[in-house]
Design a protein around this ligand. Structure first.
Ligand SMILES: O=C[C@H](O)COP(=O)(O)O
Length: 260
């Protein structure tokens, strides 16, 4: 029996301004109670421009919701127009930072080296990376999904110490399942998540690997979360579209009450 506490993280992507962010976090805070937070860590990952408002609300009302950003710069400071540093995110009280999301890899040409540099930047500022890996449909059709995701993981973890690795969160997100309504079967997701854990055990130790949270992401909804969470190597979900609806997100956070 693992002691990993489940994590449900809502990636809002480029949705909701800071006023809408406050409204959504207030709805979540109203609906979720201490029993929920004892069972599951609940995070939101709003756009950068919302973070200060979310911080003020969370701190002011002493909410148990945690939050983070969707990206960070590989650099700590300097002449990098448009970039946001880990130091700035830490100052805003961020717990998490999403790194290597497939939309960053695809639309911003982020490669494994940049993802690795961003993971290192996150640790320099005591932020917990939510490191995303996942295969395209083409790779899955060639049945190379586990090899591909393991290679992305290994590249991202270069130079990361065992002590640092203990806190990382890995998110397996098959690209073909993101925003498409095409959810991976629980067995598909388990296959890759188990391979990722085995690779972490080989890179570090089995003890480290057994403590690391691995999430699934890709068209997660309240009606499919239970089957996904029933898998032994899946410790939570990275939720996109469904995290923008408070009622639906709360149901996902209460996955134990959903039927599979
Ligand atoms: O980060 C979240 C994923 O990209 C999943 O998005 P989705 O739930 O809208 O498919």
């Amino acid at each position: 029996m693992s002691t990993r506490k489940p994590l449900i993280a809502g990636n809002w992507k480029m949705n909701l301004n800071h006023l809408e962010a406050i409204a959504l976090v207030q709805k979540l805070a109203f609906a979720l109670n201490d029993k929920d937070f004892d069972k599951v860590d609940v995070a939101v990952l709003p756009p950068f421009t919302d973070l200060r408002s979310v911080q003020t609300l969370v701190d002011g009302d002493k909410l148990r919701i945690v939050y983070g950003s969707q990206d960070l710069s590989r650099h700590d400071a300097g002449a990098y127009t448009g970039e946001i540093s880990g130091a700035m995110l830490a100052k805003l009280g961020c717990t998490f930072v999403t790194i290597g999301h497939s939309e960053r890899r695809q639309y911003h040409h982020e490669d494994d080296d940049l993802v690795n540099a961003k993971v290192q930047a996150a640790y320099r500022h005591s932020l917990t990376p939510i490191l995303c890996v996942g295969e395209t449909l083409e790779i899955r059709q060639a049945q190379n999904q586990t090899g591909h995701c393991e290679a992305q993981l290994e590249a991202a973890m270069r130079g990361i110490s065992e002590e640092q690795a203990k806190s990382i969160v890995v998110a397996y997100e098959p690209v073909w399942a993101i925003g498409t309504g095409e959810v991976a079967t629980p067995q598909d997701a388990q296959e890759v998540c188990s391979a990722l854990r085995a690779r972490l055990a080989a890179l570090y130790t089995p003890e480290v690997a057994v403590g690391i949270r691995i999430l699934y992401g890709g068209s997660v909804k309240s009606d499919n979360i239970a089957g996904i969470m029933a898998q032994p190597d899946i410790d939570g979900a990275l939720v996109g579209g469904a995290s923008l609806d408070a009622g639906e997100y709360v149901k996902i956070c209460r996955f134990g009450e959903m039927s599979g």
